[in-house]
Design a protein around this ligand. Structure first.
Ligand SMILES: [Mg+2]
Length: 371
């Protein structure tokens, strides 16, 4: 079997899909980071010469060739391109063998996959109401960032408002529901300590990215001072990118994103490393339905999986969109990634150009805030 074509589809709302076709009529789908779509799509096509004519079933070999085959490696753009390509190769391999990818990776270790949602609104009342609705729909977990722009050292009001929002949700849903807090790398370690101490009374399941990923020691220091578990990893790539987090016990939950971290097999490798440190894995995915399909394959066969993020089940894009029932998605049982794309729909939703520049500023002095 040989690869004969590599195509990219940049589609609304912010996704890059990759289709790899073979000379035997099989094709596979992958998804790459959509935030810098034109650059990511160009990076995918930059790898085309290394893929055309190759056997798509030699996934590890091709990954090694793409990742290690050139002097410059790493970073979000190249890793996202490789991740999306790798995902498509697994889809082809699974289809060629008539098996879901998770069966090829050791088989399912669970019967269904727990997912979390997001409450909507900005006031305490709106958030509490939205959270109550989600619980009524069967969700047992949801995530929010309880603040927006935060200065390097900010007013106590920021902490107070965050606590008010999260307390209102806790009061609305009780203790049997998990509240996940995402600090989004928006705050300094000083503010993170202040916020975590104040939010402890709301018993969040974890706090995500309480520091930016550039400084692992800063995250490790927070882990020493927090009582709440730390989750991180959506902006880290490959087993090498996650190594230091584990060695320094900087997090209790890793969040590799299949469309950025290096792909399905790399996410499994990261999860296996985490398992040795008694660290859980909650794959990141605020992106599209192909990335969700890849994440579900990983979740199905990963013993230390905790919970899955999603924002879109693929309505319109997938011939059979995923369904959430009582906060869980059933294991997909189709071959490969277990999905079929509606190509006409993709072609009717071309991605419109979007700015990818600084966009968040403090109201008082106009200086840049971390997004
Ligand atoms: Mg996040």
């Amino acid at each position: 079997m040989k690869i004969v074509q590599v195509e990219t589809f940049s589609v609304e709302p912010r996704w890059v899909f990759i289709k790899i076709s073979t000379d035997e009529g099989l094709h596979g789908w992958g998804e790459s980071l959509g935030d810098k779509a034109p650059v990511i799509a160009a990076a995918v096509h930059n790898y085309e010469d290394g893929l055309l004519g190759q056997d798509p079933r030699r996934i590890q070999h091709l990954w090694q060739a793409l990742y290690r085959g050139a002097f410059w490696r790493g970073g979000p753009v190249l890793n996202a391109a490789i991740s999306g390509i790798e995902m498509a190769l697994w889809d082809i391999l699974g289809k060629s063998l008539g098996a879901p990818v998770y069966q090829l990776l050791g088989g399912a270790v669970r019967d269904r996959i727990r997912v979390y949602s997001r409450p909507h609104g900005s006031t305490s009342t709106e958030l509490a109401e939205s959270a109550r609705n989600l619980v009524t729909q069967g969700f047992t977990a949801f995530k929010l960032c309880p603040f927006d722009r935060v200065k390097m050292v900010d007013h106590y009001q920021v902490v107070e408002e965050a606590v008010n929002r999260v307390s209102a949700i806790r009061d609305a849903v009780g203790s049997g529901v998990d509240i996940l807090l995402d600090f989004h790398g928006r705050v300094t370690p000083a503010m993170a300590i202040w916020l975590e101490e104040a939010l402890r009374s709301c018993h969040p399941m974890f706090i995500e990215e309480p520091a930016l990923p550039e400084n692992v020691d800063a995250m490790a220091n927070l882990a020493r001072q927090f009582k709440t578990p730390i989750a991180t990893g959506e902006r880290l790539f490959t087993k090498w990118g996650f190594r230091e987090i584990l060695e320094k016990s900087a997090a209790a939950v890793l969040q590799p994103d299949p469309c950025i971290c290096g792909g399905i097999f790399e996410a499994r490798a990261i999860a296996a490393m985490a398992e040795a440190y008694y660290v859980a894995v909650a794959p990141h995915n605020p992106y599209g339905p192909i990335n969700l399909a890849a994440a579900l394959q990983i979740d199905a066969c990963t013993p230390n999986f905790l919970i899955q993020e999603y924002v879109h089940l693929g309505e319109g894009y997938l011939k059979a969109p995923f369904e959430v029932t009582n906060g869980y998605i059933e294991l997909p049982n189709g071959p490969g990634l277990g999905i079929e794309l509606n190509e006409d729909f993709l072609k009717s939703r071309p991605l419109q150009p979007k700015p990818d520049v600084g966009r968040w500023f403090h109201a008082d002095d106009g200086s840049m805030a971390d997004w």
